[in-house]
Design a protein around this ligand. Structure first.
Ligand code: XMP
Length: 319
């Protein structure tokens, strides 16, 4: 009968048979799909798998270090971390248009990945964390461009120019099956059951121009929100929660002094399909506690608002 442990064994056998002694490269983003694919392939072929993790500087607070700790130090994956923060910040300097930002981030990501992958000797395969819904979506997308109102960037869409054979061990699985597979292989449930994070990352959660200073403020504020959601056991009760940074300043008062600092918005939604969404009904006492912590602990932010818009007409992300 069908069980997840049997499935793991079968998937491992299939990967070994497919790639034999070849080397495989994988773009690891820290997201669920690429991570589960990485751990599975690593179980199958060990050091023959080389993962490239591009740190865009647009990840959550400390995420780059955590990815390395979880998957390199703890699970033993062969991961090359590319610190591309400055490259992304330079490419985004002066750019304010959301679509242009998305395109710049997506293209630079692919360029960097390609550059690094080409340096590796004797790689024959490109592994991807493509899951079943991605397969369906791209099959339908030729006739169905209308629903895509934002250009989506995923670690998935990597260069055909690399001329590698594709290895996609999650192609037949739905998201919940990918999660079960991850847990069955010993990945911490906390990592597997995280909210979705957009490909362009904090690049679309900083309105307008992305500046390193803004990234830092946003990471700190977002980290407080997420930490408090876990503490209050509310994290799994919302589909997605994050902070958005606004490059506008307002007047406040702190001690005896006047402040003139930035505004952030808390965004939390309830949804099952992410096509429509409602504002999450978080306890008012919880929201105000998060706001107070952010204002007290993040120097440079003196005002917090709560986004109560539904989708439609708003989208979940602000850009
Ligand atoms: P919107 O903002 O369009 O977002 O309501 C719907 C869901 O998609 C996520 N999102 C992305 N995911 N690459 C992704 O992989 C992207 O470029 C991207 N843009 C938005 C968003 O976080 C939400 O879950």
């Amino acid at each position: 009968s069908w069980t997840m442990p049997n499935y793991v064994d079968e998937a491992i056998a299939k990967i070994r048979q497919q790639v034999g002694g070849d080397k495989v490269v994988l773009g690891l983003s820290g997201g669920v799909d690429s991570t589960v694919a990485g751990v599975l392939i690593h179980k199958a072929i060990g050091e023959q798998l080389i993962c490239i993790f591009v740190d865009t500087g647009l990840l959550r607070h400390n995420e780059g270090d955590q990815v390395m700790q979880n998957y390199h130090d703890n699970l033993g994956l062969n991961i090359i971390r590319i610190n591309a923060q400055e490259q992304f910040y330079t490419a985004l300097a002066g750019v304010t248009d959301p679509e242009q930002k998305r395109k710049i981030i997506g293209k630079l990501f692919v360029d960097i990945f390609q550059h690094e992958a080409t340096k590796l000797d004797g790689v024959k395969w490109l592994a991807q964390g493509t899951i079943y819904p991605d397969v369906i979506e791209s099959a339908g997308s030729k006739n169905n461009k209308a629903h895509n109102i934002k250009s989506h960037h995923n670690v998935g869409g990597l260069p055909e120019t690399l001329n590698l054979k594709l290895l996609e061990p999650l192609r037949e699985l739905f998201k919940d099956e990918v999660r079960s597979l991850g847990v069955a292989m010993g990945i911490a449930p906390k990592l597997i059951y995280r909210h979705p994070f957009p490909g362009p990352g904090l690049g679309v959660r900083i309105l307008g121009e992305v500046k390193p200073e803004y990234v830092q403020l946003l990471q700190l504020a977002d980290n407080i929100f997420i930490e408090e959601l876990y503490k209050s056991e509310l994290y799994q009760k919302v589909a997605q929660a994050f902070v958005v940074f606004m490059p506008v300043r307002s007047v406040g008062v702190m001690g005896d002094g006047r402040t003139y600092d930035y505004v952030v918005s808390l965004r939390a939604v309830e949804t099952t399909d992410f096509m429509t969404a409602n504002v999450a009904n978080l306890p008012f006492e919880f929201i105000t506690r998060v706001a107070n912590r952010i204002i007290n602990e993040v120097k440079g932010i003196n005002r917090v608002v709560y986004d109560i818009s539904g989708k439609p007409p708003a989208t979940i992300e602000w850009e």
